[in-house]
Design a protein around this ligand. Sequence first.
Ligand SMILES: *Cc1c(COP(=O)(O)O)cnc(C)c1O
Length: 468
Amino acid sequence: MTTSNAEWTARSLAHVWHPCTQMHDHAGGADANIPLIPIRRAEGIWLEDFEGRRYIDAVSSWWTNIFGHRHPHLVASLKDQLDTLDHVIFAGFTHQPAVELAERLVRLAPPGLDRCFFADNGSAAVEVALKMSFHYWRNVGKPQKTRYIALTNGYHGETLGALAVGHTGLYRDTYAPLLLQPIHVPSPDCYQRAAGESWEDHTRRRFADMEAAIAQHAHETCAVILEPLVQCAGGMRMYHPIYLTLLREACDRHGVHLIADEIAVGFGRTGKLFACNWAPQKQGADGITPDFLCLSKGLTAGTLPLAVTLTRETIYLAFYDEHRSGKAFLHSHSYTGNPLACRAALATLDVFEQQDWMARVRLLGQFLWSATAALRSHRHVAEVRQQGLILAVELARRPQTRQAFAAGERRGLRAYRHALAHHRDFGVLLRPLGDVVYFMPPYVIEPREVEAMAKIACEAIEHATQDD
Ligand SMILES: *Cc1c(COP(=O)(O)O)cnc(C)c1O
């Protein structure tokens, strides 16, 4: 039986092609020595490798694992589901987990989103929203609406449609000749605000560009797509929720859909169940209702792949007609509505009901803010920013002028390696986005574990920013 880390790593490198990875980085040698870590088991916030070393999963395994690994209720629910119904074709057939999940999501989502279309990953949920929006306009007699408006620095996934509306050069540039041409509007990213300017003022100022783009292109535009409050893959860049309020108004005025991609920030990450709920309103409760809401990642709390695109009944009804009308949405994935995945999502929603997790997320956010206090005056930290239980640390060569480190220095990577390997008792899994080191831990992390995680990360940042 194979039991050592080295053996599993070697076997993985022999036949597996890992995602988002220059595989040569794992080859060993002077500038290609990023470890590939084989994980044997996981529990709560902890990952454990084949030699018993443990790691705090500070990024919730790519932002999915919101209640920690192997949460007992999720494990029990999945075992039960496996004894009942594994999978069934979802066209012409339906089942209890999908029906109950749709009912519960509609109750929890911003009011007015009454229809759920399931897919099996976030990129697919974005594709569904893009196609549905275009197809809606076509069905109501506006086939000239064929374009999308999106933000610079946005990220919406890796399939060609989702990649096209994204704007993270690293992932997109290579494929540019293959992609749709959206209208990209400057992001309200508050890292770029002027000295002394408030988040809200900067965000409002940037909205002027969006307003102008919508006014100019409404006749040819299906939808605006964005990540509410935090552009996660784009370096955890954040903005004020007033943008969502203003955008909702502008989309209504000009007859353009609003697609909210909450694949990363949905399910409580920002301290409210959905980031759209933060949008300030002068009257009534805060929050906006997008025309499409894309959810995935936290939906099954890191157990099984599942995604959903919620939309309005009015949009659904534009497809609802006699068969010969040809208006149906003929989109499917083999695993659409998979019962196991839906049951995992139901169990996730059960866990949400067990306690006031949003209060906990906000409290943990405060602990995290205190635990990283030293970084706010660090000589190579340009900004520490936070929304709920996302805290990001922007490393820079010269913080005063926001001059970045040269990309080739791979400072973030140095921090990554140090946090994994240096501390004697355990490591911390950070996975910096370039030179942005961030924390996005499971909501079950304890305050003392927040401190331990932050301490190791601070040491890693100190190490990574030392002069060569
Ligand atoms: C991760 C992510 C996606 C893509 O989801 P996948 O499941 O990785 O395809 C889309 N949008 C946002 C905002 C994401 O963070």
